[in-house]
Design a protein around this ligand. Structure first.
Ligand code: FES
Length: 128
């Protein structure tokens, strides 16, 4: 290998090393959703998941949990109706129970909403 080739391969290796560290740091840090102290038991809120999709976060006495807001029928975005305590799809009125693992309550959806792993770390609720 000549000097030019050596310098090029060294620069590429250094770039890969730096990029690898950056990607590792990003992958290792969980996404902060909301401060736990600002999200008491009984709360719910919409948020954007790590994959960029809409999602819903809930907090009960038993802890925090979250679901993708993408309907498992044809992919519309569900909304939370607090009065009925259900996640309801506007497209074909499918509904899900967020307090029973996102199970289908009514309508066309073939399966429960996808769960999103969340936890409380220090004073933050995070997507892990
Ligand atoms: S897309 Fe949600 S019920 Fe059809």
């Amino acid at each position: 290998m000549n000097r030019r080739g050596f310098l090029r391969s060294t620069a590429l290796a250094a770039g890969a090393l730096i990029l690898g560290r950056t990607q590792s740091a990003v992958a290792a840090s969980p996404k902060r959703i909301v401060k736990a102290s600002k999200f008491p038991v009984g709360s719910h809120r919409k948020f954007v998941a790590v994959n960029g999709a809409p999602a819903f976060l809930f907090r009960t006495k038993s802890g925090v949990f979250a679901y993708s807001a993408i309907c498992t029928h044809q992919g519309c975005t569900v909304d939370y109706l607090a009065a009925g305590k259900k996640l309801v799809c506007p497209c074909h009125r499918g509904s899900f129970d967020p307090f029973k693992s996102g199970k289908v309550v009514s309508g066309e959806p073939p399966r429960p909403l996808d769960k999103i792993a969340v936890s409380i770390q220090k004073d933050w609720i995070v997507q892990s």
